[in-house]
Design a binder for this molecule. Sequence first.
Ligand SMILES: [Zn+2]
Length: 434
Amino acid sequence: MKKHSTTFAIAGFSHETVTFWPGLTDLEEFERLTLHDQEVIEKRRGTNTPVGGFIDVCEREGIELLPVVDVEVEASATVSDRTYNFYLDKIREKIEKNACKMDGVLLALHGAMVTEGHFNPELDMIRALKELPGKEIPLGVVFDLHGNLDPAVLNYTDIVCGYHSSPHLDMNETGKRAVRLLIDSLKGKIKPVSVMAKPGIVVPSVFSAATVSPAKELMERKIFWEKHTHILDISVFFGFAWSDVPQIGMSVVAITDNRLEIAEEAAEDIASLAMEKRDALTGRGKFSYYGVSEGVKLAMDKAVKARRPIMILDHADRINDTTFVLEELILRDAQKSAAPGTPPGFITAPVAMIFIYSHQIFGIGVCISVQIHVDMCIDQTGYNGFSRHIDDFPIRWDRNIIFSPYSGYYAIFKYNSALLYRFSAGYVYESGAG
Ligand SMILES: [Zn+2]
């Protein structure tokens, strides 16, 4: 009998659902961005996406790819069931049609999607694919670091990997980790045994920045465990706070080469460390806390002598569109705040505030409607360029206060010599990175 080459189906279907957001995110929102079939390979190859990582490794290894779809829609309201069914059907049909030659399935999911009828649609999808009639197909899944994972995910998957970096600079690398492990497992080189520990902590994403304490210490502990001979992979998922689901919160997944007890020990150890740091991870720790008013005043005072930009970052919710900080900046006439010899003013990352500033129409009571695009945040890799190339960011750094309501908190971790303030739920705290 002729041996066929190894064949993997690849698909991505990703959404971070804010369940408190009114309305629905419907199929049209997804289809606007969806890559179908061969387009997935053409457009994702070499990109910083999990599917890009799948493709890069598979092509190098001579693995035949059956691309289905790839789509990621930014955080928004609950996903409609018809959207979920549409993509599940597409993926399922392709697998069933090619079942005889299918060696594995690679999925890029978020882990924090919620639909009208599924509070854990990703688990339901994985289970539906795993339980297809016929032979059981090996399944490798990549989740976002902000996924709210249910331990049951491990019952229906062979490999689960999550990003190590937040901001997500390693999405491609995570795809590669997952596919390499799946390949080694199929070749019989390893026997992956996975364990998930859930410490029971809901982390606002502002505290999930992987290079800043307290998340940093958890990542260091992860690196420590990864050096262990029997550990194949570890992922720390910080979860997604703006979601009303039973599986909410952090989780740690450890994969070993057939050593259950070591997987348990590693996952539990990292989960315990998270528990120790619970106050810091939930914003109740003994940081330098300020109200918005006091925090803005402090930032402005420091701006007078600062040699680097001061960033004020509003992360009160996932949508990052609250205006409490902006109001305070206006009230305090912050645009006049400047170090000697530098131009006055503050800049916001979004086009809207540059627009307001440049048109000299800044002031209380001015009502402007500007559509904010994040094209300035996207680099050629198609994602998260803002965080990767902050130095190239097309705003000038000679202002003193930068207020960035759109995912601006990414920036601070690159610019660690700036004096930094993070806002969360109406509070401000000094990061200590200054
Ligand atoms: Zn994320």
